[in-house]
Ligand binder design. Structure first.
Ligand SMILES: Nc1ncnc2c1ncn2[C@@H]1O[C@H](COP(=O)(O)OP(=O)(O)OP(=O)(O)O)[C@@H](O)[C@H]1O
Ligand SMILES: NC(=O)c1ccc[n+]([C@@H]2O[C@H](COP(=O)(O)O)[C@@H](O)[C@H]2O)c1
Length: 183
């Protein structure tokens, strides 16, 4: 059911943005009027778990939404660096994005932060899952191993990764020990 003038927010690292994420974006636009995609851990890049820059992730998401025929006028894609203080994350997040009514997350840690900081904020879970295949960790593993990763991401995302020579970058990062940052 569509609620009037509502905005739904999804947050993730999107390393890379995959078809599970796209399914969640579509779900939000079915249930809300507008979509806010927060690119979390925006300050991290060129790390094995976070290979792509915030700018590259903006492009992946923008192009994937566009190629799906989604009205970009209804979508905000906003990079947000992490806050070192988890206990104030929701207030920090609200200061960085347009006001939102529903936070969509399948992540228990995120749900726990919402419950402890803003218990009146509505939280909904993604309908699509297939998490054993459609998760960033699995896709990054396939990318490094020369496996079938392209079928798990929107075509536009595969194009952006090719444009930035992403697979070669990931191979260099995997072989490097100057790569200590973790989220
Ligand atoms: N397969 C999926 N179907 C629907 N929603 C998903 C799926 N995978 C992730 N999400 C949702 O997208 C948001 C961002 O997820 P996230 O970026 O952590 O993806 P991930 O693929 O699990 O990443 P990683 O494995 O790199 O940690 C979360 O709210 C998560 O619940
Ligand atoms: N303290 C913080 O800045 C903080 C806390 C919780 C989640 N986050 C972000 O929200 C996103 C949540 O996405 P996941 O569901 O992928 O964990 C992550 O990208 C993370 O960067 C940030």
């Amino acid at each position: 059911m569509t609620t009037t003038s509502s905005r739904g927010l999804m947050a993730g690292r999107f390393q890379p943005f995959h078809s599970g994420h796209l399914a969640l974006a579509k779900q939000i636009l079915e249930e809300c009027d507008e979509l806010v995609v927060v690119i979390g851990s925006a300050q991290f890049n060129f790390i094995d778990k976070d290979p792509f820059t915030a700018g590259e992730r903006v492009l992946m998401i923008h192009e994937a939404l566009k190629e799906t025929g989604i009205d970009l006028a209804k979508c905000y894609v906003i990079p947000v660096p992490n806050d070192e203080n988890n206990a104030r994350w929701i207030a920090y997040l609200r200061s960085m994005v347009p006001s939102f009514d529903v936070l969509y997350s399948g992540n228990d840690f995120v749900k726990h932060l919402v419950l402890s900081q803003d218990p009146r904020l509505a939280v909904k879970s993604p309908k699509f899952a297939k998490k054993e295949e459609y998760n960033g960790t699995n896709i990054r593993r396939l990318m490094l191993a020369g496996g079938q990763w392209k079928r798990l991401v929107p075509p536009a995302v595969a194009r952006v990764i090719e444009q930035v020579n992403g697979i070669e970058r990931m191979r260099v990062l995997a072989g490097s020990d100057s790569n200590p940052q973790r989220w």
